[in-house]
Design a protein around this ligand. Structure first.
Ligand code: PMP
Length: 389
């Protein structure tokens, strides 16, 4: 029998290119083998150069949540004022992480499906002296993208002492960003825009962020302490926690692919694909949660038409049976729709298969649609050049 393996169209992990998969299955060597040390050193240099980082880049075993913890623990100590913005599940997770650290914590919350505005953040930063501002670039629970360039520019210009921390888990490696926009710590992990298996936390820290950590007394956290990892990132032979050798090779290959495609071009491809998926799935009567101007390039959330009586789990398992794995909604929207990831090293063909699977699932679940109507929209969009979006 043919082995059935549905397309992974959840918002992480994302489909893994064969050449990346091959790196993960290479024979493992010691982390201090000169062949690995030179690969690692070149990788750190690449991460800094591509994303224009004047401080340090870190690659550490752990998930995105570990990277969230690592970012904040190193730039603010107990009693310091920290402002966290949240417009969804992962923003709320950052509030929860920060609430354990003894900060003088303030939050700005926007309704799920909306974005925290740059004006509102500016207003709050004017009211009090904050050490750090924390935002989520793409909120994976709602498919909303924050205007990062505008936010970083405003913060650097009007509040130059505030360190900006960005959760880029659902954006980095897919959406364009550069540290010199005014970002102090950007964090992500391997299983989203980079297109690798889960397991790596990846962070960029500005020179200002590193200086801040070096000016702080020892921090309570040990595994995620920048001070412990800086020597390793300068020379992989130094040891703090055993580097996941094969995952790091996979990242080397992922970065090679990103360089080959180009950061700008990769961003344009993601925005083009996102627009195509949104238009196609909307043609079936599913409503995107995020408005057009806020829609993320990497993940889309669609709500079921209320009158249709679609049973969420039944629908998503029908899509799975038809060949595409999509995710359920979170929080207030649980059961009300589904989430689709369209990031990393995916191709137009994946979107065609995804859309076709959704169409067939509609029919199987008795939701009346005309087969091919979403596919026609998708195909038209795919023929538009990414740059025309
Ligand atoms: N932040 C965002 C925006 C995310 O989407 C996720 C994971 N979906 C995380 C943080 C947490 O990452 P992980 O599950 O790898 O710990």
């Amino acid at each position: 029998m043919i082995q059935f393996s549905p397309l992974v169209m959840v918002p992480g992990p994302t489909p893994i290119a064969r050449s990346i998969q091959e790196q993960m299955s290479r024979e493992t060597i010691a982390y201090n083998d000169p062949r690995f040390v030179s690969d690692f050193d070149a990788l750190i240099l690449d991460l800094k150069n591509i994303w224009r980082c004047d401080g340090a880049a870190f690659v550490v075993a752990g998930s995105g949540t570990m990277a969230m913890e690592m970012a904040v623990s190193n730039i603010a100590g107990r009693g310091e004022s920290v402002l966290v913005c949240s417009n969804g599940f992962f923003g709320d997770r950052y509030v929860e992480i920060c609430s354990r650290k003894g900060y003088d914590l303030d939050t700005i919350k926007a309704p799920w499906g909306e974005s925290v505005s740059v004006e509102e953040i500016d207003k709050r930063l004017c009211q009090k002296k904050f050490s750090a501002l924390i935002v989520t670039h793409v909120e994976t629970s709602t498919g909303v993208e924050l205007p990062l360039y505008e936010l970083a520019a405003m913060t650097r210009l009007k509040h130059p002492d505030v360190l900006l921390v960005v959760d880029g888990v659902a954006s980095a490696g897919a959406a364009e960003f550069y540290m010199d926009w005014g970002v102090d710590v950007m964090l992500t992990c391997s299983q989203k825009g980079m297109g690798i298996a889960p397991g790596l936390g990846i962070l960029w820290a500005s020179r200002r962020a590193i200086e801040k950590r070096l000016s702080m007394p020892p921090i309570a956290e040990s595994y995620v302490d920048f001070v412990k990892w800086i020597p390793v990132m300068k020379d992989a032979k130094a040891y703090w926690g055993t580097p996941p050798v094969n995952m790091i090779w996979a990242l080397v290959e992922a970065i090679r692919i990103i360089k080959e495609e180009g950061v700008k071009e990769r961003d344009a491809r993601h925005r083009h694909f996102a627009r195509a998926v949104r238009r196609a799935v909307s043609a079936l009567g599913f409503k995107p949660l995020a408005e057009d101007g806020l829609a993320a390039p990497t993940v889309s959330v669609f709500l079921y038409p209320q009158a249709a009586g679609i049973k969420d789990e039944k629908f998503r398992s029908a899509v799975y049976d038809e060949g595409a794995h999509i995710a359920g909604c979170k929080g207030d929207f649980e059961g009300a729709g589904f989430r689709v990831g369209h990031m990393g090293n995916i191709t137009a063909s994946s979107l065609v298969s995804l859309t076709a699977a959704i169409e067939r699932a509609c029919v199987r679940c008795g939701y009346p649609i005309k087969l091919g109507c979403a596919l026609a929209v998708l195909q038209e969009e795919l023929l538009v050049s990414p740059r025309e979006d």
